[in-house]
Design a protein around this ligand. Sequence first.
Ligand code: HEM
Length: 373
Amino acid sequence: MREKKKKMHPAKRKRIALWSTFFVLALAFALPLTSYTVHWVGMTANAQDASSAVNPRSGFWRAIRQGQEGYSAVKGEGANVLVQEGALEWRSFRDSNPWLNKLPWAIVGMAVLLLLYHLFHGKNKLDADRLSGRKVPRWNFFERLVHWVTAISFIALAITGLSMLLGKKLLIPVLGKAGFAAWAGMSISIHNVVGPIFTVGIVLMIVMWIWHNFPTGTDVKWFLKGGGLFTKSHPSAGRMNGGEKVWFWILATVGLAVCITGIVLVSVIYPQVQIPGVQFLRSDMQQASIIHAIAGIIWTTVALGHIYIGTAGTQGAFEGMSTGYVSEEWAQQHHDLWYDKMAAKGKVLEAGAAPGSQLGTVYGKTPLHEPPN
Ligand code: HEM
């Protein structure tokens, strides 16, 4: 027979219900407070640590500032280093060194000098009133191709490089922060792609032209006569004159410095661009970036002079680098010793014989001979 279940006294049931509710409420309030307890315990522990002689956390941060490596899933040179102290010194040198900050004014100075020279002296014109139409071959197709690819690359690199160097000061007021950020991002991509093309161009130029750029006594006399820049007379010159040789050696030294430091800057970030057997570090990158900027500015300054002389400054020079041929009169006036050698070798072409040469259209001068019918 089933035993009848004993009923709980209502007062007892009430007491249990009350205590349960109280207990649940007490837990609900007490549980969140445990975090304060943990925090308080930690504070006490920290306070005890602070009172001891060495603070282990300060040692920890000192080690990190001194380049202590940690772990990072990102691979690459220096990826494990959280704080690289050299970077702080590099940034303050790059942003605040007074000499480095003034250097870009050299480019402005050169532009002003060239403008003044052009306004007061004008173009160096050909002396001859009438042209024979005879031409002298000066630059072959490959040389011109290399020259123009390198020259166009140079212009792209100069614009993007200066944008990155001076953009914060010069471009943010014009483009705004968002506009400058977009342009700076594009600049670095253009710089990274064009840089290697330019480097190949520079190496080819050095290999092709070093042979006729060794200095001679003729160059010293050319310089003593100021290169004929301020006089009516034209100092003698071989295939290249003293000024062109100086430009060449600037290209071969400062230019190579720009290219090599450019490779260091890229190779730390891109594993694809490496010099075999050489591992560059972040500290190399910091030094390279300063040399790269200084050499780039010096070179841009000198290049302005070269571009002026090759275009608006000298009548007939551009024709040589664009068609490959110069007029007999230009060769005699600017490179007399070279012209004599070319004439002796029978390399001076008769009027109309040079490919694409048209009589009477050069420099607006009247030809001595009528064009063949
Ligand atoms: C973009 C504008 C440029 C123009 C209009 C220009 C024009 C010329 C001209 C006309 C010549 C021939 C001079 C002669 O026949 O005696 C020449 C030669 C030369 N150019 Fe340029 N050029 C420019 C940019 C550059 C750049 C950016 C570089 C270097 C990166 C460069 C490097 C050279 C070299 C090395 C020579 C031969 C000089 C020598 O062998 O001594 N040019 N240029």
